[in-house]
Write a protein that binds this ligand. Sequence first.
Ligand SMILES: Cc1cc2nc3c(=O)[nH]c(=O)nc-3n(C[C@H](O)[C@H](O)[C@H](O)COP(=O)(O)O)c2cc1C
Length: 184
Amino acid sequence: MGRIIAQFHSMAPQMTPILAPGFSKRGLSMKSLISVIYASRATAEFHEHEIPELLKQARLANAARELTGMLLYIAGSFVQVLEGEAGMVEAVFETIRADKRHGQVALISREPILERAFEGWTMSHKTLDPAEAGELIGEANYFLSPAWIQQLDSYRAKKLLSAASTRWQMEHRSGKYRTLGRSA
Ligand SMILES: Cc1cc2nc3c(=O)[nH]c(=O)nc-3n(C[C@H](O)[C@H](O)[C@H](O)COP(=O)(O)O)c2cc1C
């Protein structure tokens, strides 16, 4: 219990910006920002139970590079958004793309952004089952087809990431956070 509370407190400063619409520009550099979204499929070299360790390392590295974003895991597949200074995002994305823990990496969007959607989040995360992911974009069966990774477009990917982020906040406010905190 003590550990869970400690985790909550250690995350509390990160939660503030995402809970506050319009977010703070505190700490934001004036460099040009971009956002990259991709989808990929986990390979045999990756197992779901490794997500916490992957996130731990990614968050440390992203904090040092002022990168923010969200990583979704949907039944053996990933959807990730990375935001930050253009050169930094490109470099990290190339490293991620070459990572043998996933393959079939499909770039969904790469675009300039005026402000971050995940300000304060060195890498937010949510694991969804395909039905839940479909529900979030209003297309119940969309993620049941194995071909969705190649077909996911920027509109659906953004809708999914945004809805997953909102759901994450609702769950954590309603107390589900304590359960998630144990494995997050
Ligand atoms: C699905 C997935 C998402 C990842 N996300 C990040 C990330 O957000 N930031 C990061 O630095 N590394 C991320 N990584 C890990 C990188 O691919 C790589 O292992 C890490 O940057 C260390 O690289 P290095 O050994 O060349 O330093 C991710 C890996 C996978 C498989």
